[in-house]
Design a protein around this ligand. Structure first.
Ligand SMILES: Cc1ncc(COP(=O)(O)O)c(C=O)c1O
Length: 481
């Protein structure tokens, strides 16, 4: 198989920024109220089972929902079945699934060859023994075979954990404290990294319950602003130094704010100059951008790579960190005399089920050229959406990097934290996106919060046609001047 990268070209980021600027500078375009009422009627009449279940769940679960991605308007759907490109709710409605569990199900949901292997492992080995299994080795080896800069790999339980571990390793290895991230990037919800997430510069927005000192050594710079990164590195040099710069290589939020083509390379050079480690958070991009990850696509070597949901193929306990052998030695198991060692644990980490599911999922992704196939679907979908938006003269912005398709109708991430009216603006724009997401769902399409669509190898003509029809309906329902 060809195993090419999923991106047929790099999007023109200057054009995207210009369009996003116009989008954010203009008024919000929401659904007409009468159309919204029609879409909401779908949820009342066709989703009664989900509604009742969520109401009941509120009695036992705070807010009724446990996962960030599931907080959908007007209420979350209870999903009973997932198969290929489709999800089915408890009321029997079918949806095209572009949430893809937040990205990992590149092969399509519940991909049979992986499911069969996972079941076999449960039967033979059990999901967990606490001891070493062959699948740990198989997983680490297949990651290394495709991403050779990941010389050593450690399995963990989530992307959040892996991000936490990566910065701990960086501090142990370098003996320095400061961590620099890009504003707006999500690197999990740990005290030190849930900082300025989603909107650059909004450092305290989501920081309730976190003492200020917990993130005192976390700094951020505006996406793509390498001059600002240099300034931080320089200032830190006089203050104990920078342990690591952590980046999503496509740009924050899966490239919602896309990087310039040379950004990662420039960041690498700055890290070398200031003797800081470079960490790539490839929770979404590893294997989805291509078997070599975003690091392979850009041909930029990170010192450490953070992995998430895809390293278990969407099965539970999904995360890991890998990288340079000398750096990763900081978390070597057992005693490492005379060397500083970062403590990292996890009873269920590297369990046979997660490792086997990850190994077989990656094997299938590579053998079936899943990233490339999903990328072709992403190109087709983005082209279709772009045409629909342009035909209607709407200011919405559509672009894709392979199988990651961005549909921006409100530009939340591009709001300025310095704007005194940012809070009401977030509210208004978020509402418009949520309502649009609900319209799409009512028409049989599930997206990531109405603004991002992950395609998979399972997509095809039928899902594309259904999706474009749903968007057409929703876009025709947008209020006009
Ligand atoms: C880039 C990135 N890093 C880290 C995480 C956190 O991963 P997890 O949800 O497994 O904790 C996510 C989750 O979506 C992510 O997109």
């Amino acid at each position: 198989m060809a195993n090419e990268y999923s991106l047929s070209s790099w999007p023109d980021e200057r054009e995207i920024y210009a369009k996003m600027k116009a989008l954010v500078g203009g008024r919000v375009r929401a659904l007409r109220r009468d159309s919204l009422a029609g879409y909401l009627d779908y949820f009342e009449t066709r989703c009664a089972g989900s509604k009742a279940m969520i109401e009941e769940a509120k009695k036992y679960i705070p807010g009724g929902v446990q996962h960030n991605l599931a907080f959908n308007y007007p209420f979350p759907l209870a999903v009973r079945k997932a198969e290929g490109p489709y999800l089915y709710d408890v009321d029997g409605n079918r949806y095209v699934d572009y949430l893809q569990a937040g990205g990992p199900t590149l092969l399509g949901s519940n991909y049979l060859p992986v499911q069969e292997k996972a079941l076999q492992v449960i039967k033979e080995t059990s999901p967990c023994t606490g001891l070493f299994s062959e699948y740990e080795l198989a997983l680490a080896r297949i990651i290394n075979a495709n991403m050779p800069w990941v010389e050593r790999y450690r399995s963990l339980a989530s992307g959040t954990e892996a991000d936490m571990v990566a910065i701990r390793i960086a501090r142990t290895f370098t003996g320095k404290k400061k961590i620099i991230k890009v504003g707006g990037a999500y690197h999990g919800w740990s005290d030190q990294l849930v900082y300025g997430l989603h909107i650059p510069g909004t450092r305290t927005f989501e920081a309730h319950g976190i003492p200020a000192e917990a993130s005192a050594n976390t700094q951020e710079f505006w996406p793509n602003d390498t001059a600002a990164l240099r300034k931080l590195l320089e200032a830190n040099r006089a203050d104990g130094g920078t342990a690591a710069v952590i980046l999503e290589p496509l740009g924050p939020e899966s490239g919602t704010y896309p990087v310039t083509r040379s950004f990662n390379e420039e960041a690498r050079e700055l890290c070398d100059e200031f003797e800081a480690l470079l960490i790539f958070d490839e929770v979404v991009t590893a294997f989805r951008v291509g078997p070599g990850g975003a690091q392979g696509y850009f041909n930029v070597r990170p010192d450490l790579t953070v992995f998430g949901k895809i390293v278990s193929g969407g099965y539970p306990a999904a995360g890991g960190v890998g990288g340079r052998a000398d750096v990763m030695a900081c978390i070597a198991a057992g005693v490492n005399p005379g060397k500083p060692r970062a403590y990292v644990g996890g009873t269920l980490s590297a369990n046979p089920l997660s490792c086997a599911a990850g190994y077989y999922a990656i094997k299938e992704i590579v053998e079936k050229d899943a990233a490339k196939k999903a990328g072709i679907q992403g190109d087709r979908l983005a082209a279709g959406l772009k045409a629909l938006v342009e035909e209607r003269g709407l200011p919405f912005v559509v672009w894709n990097t392979g199988s990651i398709v961005h549909f921006e109708m409100a530009g939340l991430m591009y709001l300025s934290a310095a704007d005194p009216d940012i809070v009401p603006k977030i509210g208004e724009r978020k509402r418009a996106v949520e309502e649009f997401g609900a319209a799409l769902t009512a028409k049989g399409v599930i997206t990531l919060a109405g603004s991002r669509l992950y395609t998979s190898m399972a997509d095809g003509d039928e899902t594309l046609a259904q999706t474009l029809a749903a968007f057409e309906h929703a876009l025709d329902s947008i209020e006009r001047d």
